[in-house]
Design a protein around this ligand. Structure first.
Ligand code: SF4
Length: 219
């Protein structure tokens, strides 16, 4: 768990001089669905997809998220109100690259409504906010910051070819012992499935993450 507490300790009502619920984030979409990937696959979760990304992977399946100017800035209170009304127990903050934004107001408000807060990040910017679960998905296009690794609960590496396995091992060396290590085939690269199956059989400290939401045809 990662928790930045200094603002809360100084003044529980305000963050950076503003009511937390009025602070706005560029929001591409938010919806209640089933987490399709990784350790929590199969669990119901409210997804909050913030806009903006400084990594820009060529195979990205949410390229619409890259330019935050294309998306409305939505008040924290509105986002969190919808998440709480959905009945979800888990909120997943994703992107884009969500750590381009200070997540303290959003995560604080989610936790005050009783939701667990998960984040999916490339680790290209420092952590912020109150995070119950950190999923790091490191990208070769922009290396994660070293300061993120101690808080990584799950590392999920997208694999297209052999070079990605080397990249996965390089990052695994920086993770704490408790981190769940997962390899995920890139959806449009079928050859990556066989590559991963063979690799995980030979290196059982790794597991496989599948994008099950794509099989189920849900967002
Ligand atoms: Fe897409 Fe994520 Fe890569 Fe950004 S970091 S380009 S959102 S896959």
């Amino acid at each position: 768990m990662y928790s930045r507490t200094e603002d809360r300790d100084q003044n529980p009502k305000t963050v950076q001089g503003e009511e937390p619920e009025s602070i706005r984030y560029p929001l591409m979409e938010d919806f209640y669905t089933i987490q399709g990937e990784g350790f929590h696959a199969g669990r119901a979760a409210y997804f909050i997809r913030l806009a903006g990304c400084d990594v820009q992977c060529w195979w990205c399946d949410v390229k619409d998220s890259w330019d935050e100017e294309k998306h409305p800035k939505v008040a924290t209170g509105d986002i969190v109100g919808r998440a709480a009304a959905s009945g979800a127990r888990i909120a997943v903050i994703t992107g884009g690259e969500p750590l381009l934004h200070d997540l303290l107001p959003l995560t604080l408000a989610l936790k005050e409504r009783g939701l667990q807060v998960h984040i999916e990040t490339s680790g290209s910017s420092p952590l912020s906010g109150h995070l119950d679960w950190v999923t790091l998905s490191p990208k070769r296009f922009k290396q994660p910051l070293d300061e993120v690794f101690p808080y990584v609960d799950e590392m999920k590496v997208v694999v297209l070819k052999n070079k990605d396995l080397e990249w996965a091992e390089k990052n695994a060396l920086k993770c704490p012992e408790h981190t769940h290590l997962l390899l995920q085939p890139e959806w449009e690269t079928p050859s990556s499935v066989e590559l991963i199956i063979n690799y995980v059989k030979e290196n059982p400290q790794w597991g496989i993450s599948l994008q099950t939401h794509k099989f189920m045809n849900i967002p």
